[in-house]
Design a protein around this ligand. Structure first.
Ligand SMILES: [Zn+2]
Length: 414
């Protein structure tokens, strides 16, 4: 076995080991508190809800561990069996030698094939676990339609994008990866604008928030805080899940606020106002351009890595592909970069949590107090059966938001 494969195997094992170990730590912590929740939690949830949240956390965590083991096995099997080089030879034999479209087709076909083994697990999660805790609202038909639409979109968007990326070598030569980065970055900025207009409506119905007290309050809040949204819209998230959320999309003059119908059903006007103030806080504190810049920097590094790996004969050949072929290097990078980026997640999540604190502080100032936001966050934790007592290492690694106990402490501090 080549050293490249040994290193790959070691990295895969390290990530899986890290995930399983942190998950096990977290389950032990949840079980430790399950009998007697800590005092700070008593104010947020009654004991029955807390026990239900603990049960939900444990079921999902155990299932998550199983999913990770299975996903790693599928990936190892795909890499070791030689099926991917076989697919490459057969698909690229279709076109004239070296045609770009057949290479793009190979990447899409390989990713599509590798997505199939995960489908039973996704089904189980939706129709067994989420359903058991009363969250799932999907019918099997809707689930299937979602998958088909997702696959259709992946081809409709992915194929031309991959074709363009792979063609760049021919068009601009060795600097292709700089242009590739620029192309992908421009595409993503475009998608921020187009996604809510073109793609979201394929899956959900968006309706303008009807005139009334809520709309007036939210529009006034927007004006007061210097956030003039083009539209406030309600999305029918309840079609799929009882989980609730709020977000706003877009930038510049394209920004719009999207509220889940589940959120509107669960919260009072004061609480919704505080949640929106939090979202505006992300905007006003400049979190969006910061996150875009960080993700651009990561993608830049990603493109540099693909260019380097594609130019290194030992990389492709270790996995059974012809040396120097760009499409296999892209695919292998897509499949394997996670074993490295996984270890960056605590850093990214640290900054994400910092942003959450800043947005909370902004919201407190914007609505004149913490009461509305605290009430909203408590309700959301109850309705979503949020785990309020994660293991500190688990939350440090995986949590993009501070725990509710931490957020309340920060919000009620002078
Ligand atoms: Zn936030």
């Amino acid at each position: 076995m080549s050293p490249v494969l040994w290193v790959t195997a070691a990295l895969l094992a390290l990530r899986l080991g890290g995930e399983l170990w942190l998950g096990a730590l977290n389950r032990r912590e949840v079980r430790r508190h399950a009998g007697r929740p800590p005092a700070a939690v008593g104010a947020i949830m009654d004991e029955a809800t807390y026990r239900r949240a603990a049960a939900y956390t444990l079921v999902r965590s155990r299932f998550g561990a199983l999913t990770e083991v299975y996903g790693t096995l599928v990936l190892v099997l795909a890499l070791a069996s030689g099926v991917l080089p076989w697919l490459f030879i057969h698909l690229t034999a279709w076109g004239a030698p070296g045609t770009t479209w057949s290479q793009a087709l190979f990447i899409l076909a390989a990713l599509g094939l590798l997505a199939i083994p995960a489908l039973p697990f996704e089904w189980w999660e939706t129709f067994r676990i989420e359903a058991r805790f009363g969250f799932n609202q999907m019918t099997p038909r809707l689930w299937l339609m979602d998958k088909l639409k997702g696959a259709g979109l992946a081809v409709a968007i992915g194929f031309p994008l991959l074709w363009a990326l792979l063609s760049l070598v021919r068009w601009v030569g060795a600097a292709w990866w700089l242009w590739g980065f620029a192309l992908l970055f421009a595409f993503q900025l475009l998608m921020i604008v187009l996604y809510p207009k073109l793609i979201l409506p394929l899956f959900n119905k968006l309706t303008p928030l009807p005139a009334g007290e809520l709309r007036d309050r939210l529009m006034t809040l927007g004006e007061r805080t210097g956030f003039r949204a083009k539209a406030i819209e309600v999305i029918d998230g309840s079609k799929r899940s009882g989980h609730s959320n709020a977000y706003f999309t877009g930038f510049g003059r394209f920004r719009r606020i999207v509220l889940f119908d589940t959120l509107i059903a669960q919260l009072h006007t004061d609480e919704l106002e505080a949640v929106l103030a939090h979202e505006i806080g992300h905007y006003r504190r400049g979190h969006i351009p910061k996150m875009i810049a960080v993700s651009a920097a990561l993608q830049f590094a990603g493109f540099a890595a693909v260019a380097w790996l594609a130019a290194s004969p030992w990389f492709n050949t270790a996995f059974g592909f012809p040396a120097g072929a760009l499409a296999p290097a892209f695919l292998l990078f897509a499949l394997l970069s996670g074993v490295v980026t996984f270890w960056f997640s605590p850093v990214l999540n640290f900054f994400s949590r910092k942003h959450e604190y800043e947005a909370d502080a902004f919201a407190r100032g914007a609505v004149g107090g913490a009461a509305g936001l605290v009430a909203a966050l408590r309700k959301l934790a109850q309705k979503n059966l949020t785990n309020l007592t994660p293991h500190p290492w688990f939350s440090a690694f995986f949590y993009s938001h501070p725990t509710l106990v931490e957020r309340e402490r920060a919000l009620t501090k002078a």
